[in-house]
Design a protein around this ligand. Structure first.
Ligand code: MLT
Length: 263
């Protein structure tokens, strides 16, 4: 199982294919398994690297994280793997990490793919929600967080009708460690606003949003598109927040088309 010691913690990652590096960063409270439907397709042309962030999945950590430390982990991992510069994709919290990575190590990133994410920092209400969820995971564990998030993650049709995707998603969320969940909730609560960063993004950028995303709706993508020069917006029909699992083939093809044209 490939892993590297990064900043005193163990970061597990999957690697497949050869060619220019493509790094795919998962969201909250998830791990690299959310990209399972894209890895094979992209690995036909690229060297695909899919890490588990600090404490998530098969990565192991003993200390809290921050958005900056997770971005630093990604930089260090890719430096150790001789995989820089890279095209970087991030879904939701993975997008927050990707934006922080761009802010701190701009030369690392040759192309950006921001999926179902936003640039704004948490509102006061959002921060209070993070604190409540910290209490929930500490009191009742990851399963309770999975139960609480489940309905918002998928388009209604996929939540109700696509039982297998819903079952897998719940299983991924419920399998995360309490520490990884509470550390990343605090990291998201305290993350910097990336709004001012957007106008300075100069690499090719894809924005991908699910049509029925209840957390970051396509209007969020339109706002990003209006400020990131030359960015492209793709809306994935009949998908919610976890587009990579709900519409794996469409997302894989969209990422590949973007990469082949821009990277
Ligand atoms: C995610 O999917 O990573 C989360 O929705 C991000 C967030 O809670 O802000």
């Amino acid at each position: 199982m490939p892993e590297k010691t990064i900043n005193g913690s163990t970061i597990h990652y999957i690697e497949a294919g050869q060619g220019k590096p493509v790094v795919l960063v998962h969201g909250f409270p998830l791990d690299g398994r959310i990209w399972a439907g894209q890895i094979k397709h992209l690995a036909e042309r690229y060297r695909v690297i899919v890490p588990d962030l600090h404490g998530f999945g098969d990565s192991r950590a003993a200390d809290p994280s921050s958005m900056q430390s997770m971005a630093c982990d990604m930089h260090e991992l890719c430096a150790q793997l001789n995989a820089l510069p890279a095209a970087v994709g991030g879904l939701s919290m993975g997008g927050y990490v990707a934006m922080q990575w761009y802010r701190d190590y701009r030369a690392d990133i040759a192309a950006l793919m921001l999926l179902d994410t936003r640039a704004q920092a948490d509102t006061l209400q959002g921060k209070a929600g993070r604190d409540q969820m910290v209490k929930l995971v500490e009191a009742q564990g990851a399963g309770a967080v999975a139960d609480a998030l489940m309905e918002k993650m998928l388009a209604p049709e996929n939540f109700l009708a696509n039982g297998e995707v819903a079952r897998q998603l719940h299983q991924i969320m419920a399998s995360q460690s309490v520490d990884a969940i509470r550390w990343s909730l605090v990291a998201m609560r305290d993350r910097l606003d990336s709004g001012a960063l957007l106008a300075s993004i100069s690499c090719p950028t894809l924005l991908l949003f699910g049509q029925y995303d209840a957390i970051t709706p396509p209007s969020t993508g339109e706002q990003l598109q209006s400020v990131i020069a030359g960015s492209q917006l793709q809306v994935i029909a009949d998908a919610g927040h976890i587009t990579t699992m709900e519409k794996p083939d469409e997302v894989a093809q969209t990422l590949r088309d973007f990469l082949e044209a821009n990277y």
